[in-house]
Design a protein around this ligand. Structure first.
Ligand code: ADP
Ligand code: ZN
Length: 215
């Protein structure tokens, strides 16, 4: 499958993507994970991105498009991909359209994960992430704690709160979502690709997407 996942931070894009990869071997492409990996490794990209990220601001479109142009041409994307956290702005969506045209790739749909704002705040403050940059498994201290407190079930690395998951930075991320990313729903509606689903329960989202892909 070739999907874009839209939705606020904390809507569940990462969790849903990870579950979808198990269905048909499509890969999850999370620009957030790629950027956090780059910051940790202190690559050129990481050094350029880290200030924006720690403030909860978006990283410039040109950096993001550089990442995506390379990533979409890697072999593992042949079976399909789940775009998680990209595109994030109208210019990114326009640039993605051009890139897909150039690579002769057609999207199945853009799925908008709808979650009430209170739920989002609650999820983001209780979320924890595996600190191993090649794992980045997501946990929640209330609904999905690791089996051993503070330790990743998958790889044994420490599970931590992300630097950008303090209340102030979360507020900034939600503002930038509302201003820059929320308009993408309208963009993909016009493209005839938008499907919206209530994402309060993850399983409902998976079932919805499966059904949409069959029809
Ligand atoms: P979330 O969706 O939970 O906010 P992500 O892991 O997707 O978190 O992104 C973390 C940070 O990485 C963002 O706040 C932003 O600074 C940067 N980022 C990720 N993807 C993009 C993108 N497509 N465009 C611009 N910045 C991005
Ligand atoms: Zn891990």
């Amino acid at each position: 499958m070739k999907l874009i996942l839209l939705g606020a931070p904390g809507a569940g894009k990462g969790t849903v993507s990870k579950l979808l990869t198990a269905i048909d071997g499509s890969v999850q492409i999370s620009t957030g994970d790629i950027l956090r990996g780059a910051v940790k490794a202190q690559t050129d990209l990481g050094k350029k991105a880290q200030g924006f990220m720690s403030r909860g601001e978006l990283v410039p479109d040109s950096l993001i498009m550089g990442i995506m142009e390379k990533r979409l041409q890697e072999d593992d994307c042949q079976k399909g991909f789940l775009l998680d956290g990209f595109p994030r702005t109208i210019p990114q969506a326009e640039a993605l359209n051009e890139l897909l045209l150039k690579l002769d790739i057609k999207l199945d749909m853009a799925v908008n994960l709808d979650v009430p704002r209170e739920t989002i705040m609650e999820r983001l403050t209780t979320r924890r992430t595996c600190s191993n940059s090649s794992c980045q498994e997501i946990y929640n201290i209330k609904s999905k704690p690791p089996k051993v407190e503070g330790i990743c079930d998958k790889c044994g690395s420490p599970v931590v709160q992300r630097d950008d998951e303090t209340p102030n930075v979360i507020g900034q991320r939600l503002d930038s979502y509302n201003e820059k990313t929320a308009p993408l729903a309208n963009f993909y509606e016009k493209e005839g690709l938008l499907k919206s689903v209530d994402a309060t329960v993850t399983e409902d989202v998976i079932n919805f997407i499966k059904k949409q892909l069959q029809s």
